[in-house]
Design a protein around this ligand. Structure first.
Ligand SMILES: Cc1cc2nc3c(=O)[nH]c(=O)nc-3n(C[C@H](O)[C@H](O)[C@H](O)COP(=O)(O)OP(=O)(O)OC[C@H]3O[C@@H](n4cnc5c(N)ncnc54)[C@H](O)[C@@H]3O)c2cc1C
Length: 447
């Protein structure tokens, strides 16, 4: 079924396929690398007959262990299914295979003045298939939504070798249940994708960015509220708290006053080049009401880039504060963000660990980085207590324990904190319809 390089059995080669960005790992029983859909059909016929667990995988940048064969099985890398089949400016859609790198696809669409908005920070290293399977979000979600909002159709091979073509190229479709949406975010538990149909938009002409620093978290969040109240819908609205800013300050010269800055906002707007100078002005006026201590503007990608470079440093900079971190990605209703962030900071203090909060303020999705030393047993216990307290607070505010990374193996044990028994029973029933023998990515997610 998998001649030559299509089958990997050497432990030293397989080990790479057993880990992802969650820093969890397990040795696969074998690794297969199909080049065609026919091979995947044959594999799923055989696996169903043999009750053989299969773990789909692409670039392994997932943060929750979704591609880690933690419960055994054969890893199925669909990275070689990586053709861009069609980009169509009349239908405003594209057909692609799962292994296409997200940023490479975006570059191709841009050549035709088309736009694929989902922008996980990993877009240069992750794939469209992985993004659909995890329903990846990104900074532009506040204006454009997440991956789910751009998937018109999914072609997937199911256990036993059946092919399901859900959805299609039409932008509206209300015939039957929405199987396409079921596949999005299913983390390889329902079927193995072989083709995706993605929705495109016209490419905005240009963009502009504002960075503003504030003497308190309240001021920053007041500034953010002021932007929405002024009727501005930013493309991105990111924030970084005091601890996150401190971490960045340790590896880079920062434009804000180091001692007095408690929070930084970064906002992007996009649209026609002629309207953007006016939009920047409106943004500045709205933010100024909240008394920023520093405000920098960038018009067009060249001026914006240094401002966004600072934001990209926030994750690596957190390691300045400690060697290990638990990176949570909770989300709360947008109006509860202040309570959430202040609560997370207080939880960090109570447990004696650094907690850096940053992320997608515009949609209430906060990255809570709990920084600790995993070699120290006491710190490990305190970090875990901190993570659980963060989840409890999030849920008490009406939020979710994962806004974008999915539950995988890292949050699996906490799913029942959020989902009711009825929800879990329904989900288990759906899983059973697609995968009655439970061979697809066992032990992951939500049941
Ligand atoms: C630096 C960094 C930044 C990140 N930023 C973001 C961010 O901003 N937003 C965000 O949402 N995530 C982010 N992530 C997480 C990660 O990049 C996303 O989850 C991404 O979508 C995973 O893509 P991948 O190609 O690496 O897939 P993988 O990690 O290989 O797999 C992800 C899931 O897809 C399943 N899968 C793989 N192939 C298939 C297939 N053919 N059919 C069905 N299921 C399949 C796997 O079983 C697994 O459950 C970030 C990660 C890193 C390392």
């Amino acid at each position: 079924m998998f001649p030559g390089e299509g089958l990997v059995l050497k432990p030293e080669e397989m080990a790479v396929y057993g880990a992802d960005s969650s820093r969890r790992s397990a040795m696969p029983w074998a690794v297969v690398r199909p080049r065609t859909e026919e091979q995947i059909v044959e594999l799923l016929k055989w696996a169903e007959a043999e009750k053989m667990p299969l773990v789909p995988r692409l670039r392994g940048t997932g943060m929750s262990g979704g591609a880690v064969p933690a419960f055994g099985g054969i890893v199925v890398s669909t990275l070689w299914l990586n053709r861009v089949i069609d980009i169509n400016a009349d239908d405003f859609c594209a057909e692609v295979e799962p292994g296409v790198i997200t940023s490479e696809f975006q570059a191709l669409t841009q050549k035709q003045k088309l736009f694929y908005p989902p922008d996980p920070a990993s877009l240069k290293i992750s794939t469209l298939g992985g993004n659909v399977s995890t329903c990846a979000g990104g900074m532009r979600a506040v204006k454009y939504g997440v991956t789910r909002d751009y998937v018109l159709g999914v072609r997937a091979v199911l256990p036993g070798g059946r092919i399901c073509d859900a959805g299609g190229r039409a932008h509206k479709n209300v015939v039957g249940l929405d199987l396409t949406r079921l596949f999005v975010g299913s983390c390889g538990t329902l079927g193995i994708f072989t083709k995706l149909i993605l929705k495109l938009l016209p490419l905005p002409e240009s963009s502009a960015t504002v960075l503003a620093a504030f003497p308190s978290l309240h001021n920053a969040l007041e500034g953010a509220r002021g932007v929405f109240r002024a009727g501005i819908l930013p493309t991105a609205m990111e924030f970084m708290d005091h601890t996150a800013c401190q971490g960045i300050g340790q590896i880079k010269d920062v434009p804000w006053p180091r001692e007095s800055t408690q929070a930084v906002l970064l906002l992007k707007v996009d649209g026609s080049a002629s309207a953007l100078a006016y939009e920047l002005d409106r943004l500045e006026r709205a933010l100024s009401q909240a008394n920023p201590s520093c405000l920098l503007k960038g018009l067009g990608p060249k001026e914006e880039e240094p401002l966004w470079e600072i934001r990209r440093l926030v994750s690596p900079a957190s390691f300045q504060l400690g060697p290990d971190k638990l990176g949570e990605d909770v989300a709360v209703p947008r109006g509860r963000t202040v309570e959430a962030v202040e609560g997370f900071q207080a939880i960090g203090k109570e447990n004696g660990v650094h907690v850096a909060c940053y992320g997608h303020l515009g949609d209430g999705n906060t990255h809570v980085n709990i920084i600790y030393d995993a070699k120290d047993e006491d710190q490990r216990a305190r970090a875990k207590a901190c993570k659980e307290a963060v989840f409890r607070l999030t849920l008490s505010l009406g939020g979710t324990i994962s806004g974008e990374h999915g539950t995988g193996i890292t949050k699996g044990p906490y799913v029942s904190w959020q989902l009711s028994e009825t929800e879990r029973e329904l989900m288990a029933g759906i899983k059973n319809v697609f995968d009655p023998s439970g061979i697809l990515n066992p032990g992951k997610g939500w049941v």
